[in-house]
Write a protein that binds this ligand. Structure first.
Ligand code: GH3
Ligand code: MG
Ligand code: MG
Ligand code: MG
Length: 480
């Protein structure tokens, strides 16, 4: 995943435009904000007091960015922020506070209550737009993170709701491609015995390995999810009920014993398979597969049975024939890296402030003085890494360095915060910076920016882990 814009190729709308809630009681300031944001392509929702704003933020499909004035009738921005943060949400909105210049006390309170950023009034248009752009990137990342919530935490595969959504989606897609969708329910045989023999924790390990073995056997487009307990669903687009995939999975499960701790145990699985067309409902397909599963159990377990919704015609559309069953290896987990911050800043006091603040956020800091040093550090170190870099230093054009770093295509991308003089912020974002800090530094601003950087790096590390898992799952031999 890449978060960047390119200098000279201004793509301000790299992320989809957002719906933005503006809560501001001063009509002039409200109108001005709305005009600026609408002009840059965003949709705005207006409210003139805090209570109204909170109501709007509570609606389904509420705006993803809330710009809240501090002082408002009925409920101030601080209280709105507090109440919004108290709401249960997988995908919370980004909150920006509007404060009058010199209102530092309020600012600290707001950031403590979960505001992500702030703008001081009277606001500068360029700075406002730059801040909104940062917000829109974070909102996009956050949305992806929320999607990750559809993962079964024990096995790392899709959870029930998510695999059912996949089935629904694939059936809908099958209409366009005029193809079938294969579905199998897999139920581990005598799993109670596994638990009785190995204990519940041992049973959990077997479930994890079972998911890995299934994933290793699947083709790239197939989706695996945990349906509940020791039952799994596989959605195989373009697949007939009688292809070799299900039998391959059954064999791969039975081929070698599973290990849990120091113990080993033989495990088998029964598979009920069916397939459907776009006109079939997910429920009908699941019921048919379930019926087949029942047959498989009744007929002795460790076997595959089919139940068709109608007479089968034509050859298997995509059997994935020729694939081989994978060898089982232990799952590897990627160690969480400590966030590192590279600081390129000449001025002593500023550098100390940065070092101190970033240290407080748990960053390991390193001072770097040239563009080549930064590139080298980025390539050699374990990411995630943030770079806090001045736009101009002697012997270093920060903007060019920023572009050069982006051109390296380091994955996951380092989070770059440019330290800007007035007027340099938009250039910094165009050069590919994720964020910026205006000089002279304000402690609270560094704090807010460091918090955002850390948040993004954590999300990126998390997503990179998930991507790795997926890649490993699909890279098993047989992945087509
Ligand atoms: P069958 O061959 O008929 O499917 O027999 P079975 O023992 O597998 O079937 P049953 O449905 O009777 O038992 C399933 C067991 O799975 C019961 C439950 O305790 C266990 N189980 C469900 N979820 C989990 C889990 O998350 N972890 C562990 N360790 N066990 C689980
Ligand atoms: Mg006000
Ligand atoms: Mg069961
Ligand atoms: Mg079972």
């Amino acid at each position: 995943m890449r978060i960047e814009t390119k200098r000279g190729n201004i793509d301000r709308n790299a992320e989809p435009d957002m719906r933005i809630l503006i809560a501001e009681d001063d009509p002039t300031s409200r109108k001005l904000l709305a005009a600026v944001l609408e002009k840059s392509g965003h949709e705005v929702v207006l409210s003139s007091n805090g209570a109204e704003a909170l109501e709007a933020a509570r609606q389904p499909g509420a705006p993803r960015l809330l710009i809240l004035d501090w002082m408002m009738p009925e409920m101030d921005g601080f209280e709105v922020c507090r109440q919004v943060r108290a709401m249960e949400s997988d995908d919370p909105p980004y909150i920006m506070l509007l404060t009058a210049l010199g209102d530092e006390e309020h600012l600290v309170a707001g950031l403590n209550e979960g505001a992500d950023d702030y703008i001081t009034k009277p606001f500068k248009t360029k700075e406002l737009l730059a801040r909104v752009e940062v917000a829109s990137r974070i909102v996009a990342l956050q949305t992806r993170l929320a999607q990750e919530a559809s993962v079964d935490s024990l096995t790392g595969v899709a959870n029930r709701a998510s695999i059912l959504r996949t089935l629904e989606r694939e059936l809908a897609c099958a209409r366009r491609t005029n193809s079938q969708v294969g579905l199998a329910i897999l139920d581990i045989d005598f799993f109670k015995n596994v638990n009785d023999t190995l204990g519940h924790a041992g049973g959990d390990e077997v479930l994890r390995e079972f998911a890995i073995r299934c994933a290793q056997t699947l083709r790239m487009r197939d989706a695996l999810g945990r349906y509940g307990g020791e039952e799994f669903l596989i959605v195989a687009p373009g697949y007939n009920a009688n292809g070799p995939l299900w039998e391959r999975i059954r064999e791969h499960v039975a081929a070698t014993p599973f290990s849990a701790g120091t113990s080993q145990i033989q495990v088998t699985v029964s598979v009920g398979a069916s397939c459907g067309l776009w006109s079939d409902s997910p429920q009908a397909l699941i019921e048919a597969a379930d019926k087949a599963l029942y047959c498989a159990k009744r007929n002795g377990r460790n076997r595959v049975e089919h139940e068709l919704l109608r007479e089968e015609s034509g050859a298997d559309l995509d059997s994935g024939a020729g694939s081989e069953v994978a060898k089982v290896g232990p799952p590897k987990l990627r160690p969480r890296a400590i966030p590192r911050a590279l600081i390129a800043e000449e001025e002593g006091i500023s550098r100390n402030i940065l070092e101190g603040m970033l240290g407080k956020f748990g960053f390991q800091t390193a001072i770097v003085n040239s563009g080549t040093e930064i590139e080298k550090a980025l390539q050699n170190r374990d990411l995630p890494t943030a770079v806090f870099m001045a736009c101009q230093l002697s012997g270093l054009d920060g903007l060019e360095t920023c572009e050069a770093i982006r051109a390296l295509n380091i994955e996951p991308p380092p989070f770059i915060v440019m330290l800007c003089e007035s007027g340099q912020a938009t250039d910094a974002l165009d050069a590919g910076a994720n964020d910026f800090i205006m000089r002279p530094y304000q402690l609270d601003e560094i704090r807010a920016r460091a918090g955002v950087a850390l948040h993004i790096l954590e999300i990126q590390a998390h997503l990179a882990e998930k991507d790795d898992e997926l890649r490993r799952a699909h890279d098993g031999p047989g992945g087509v």
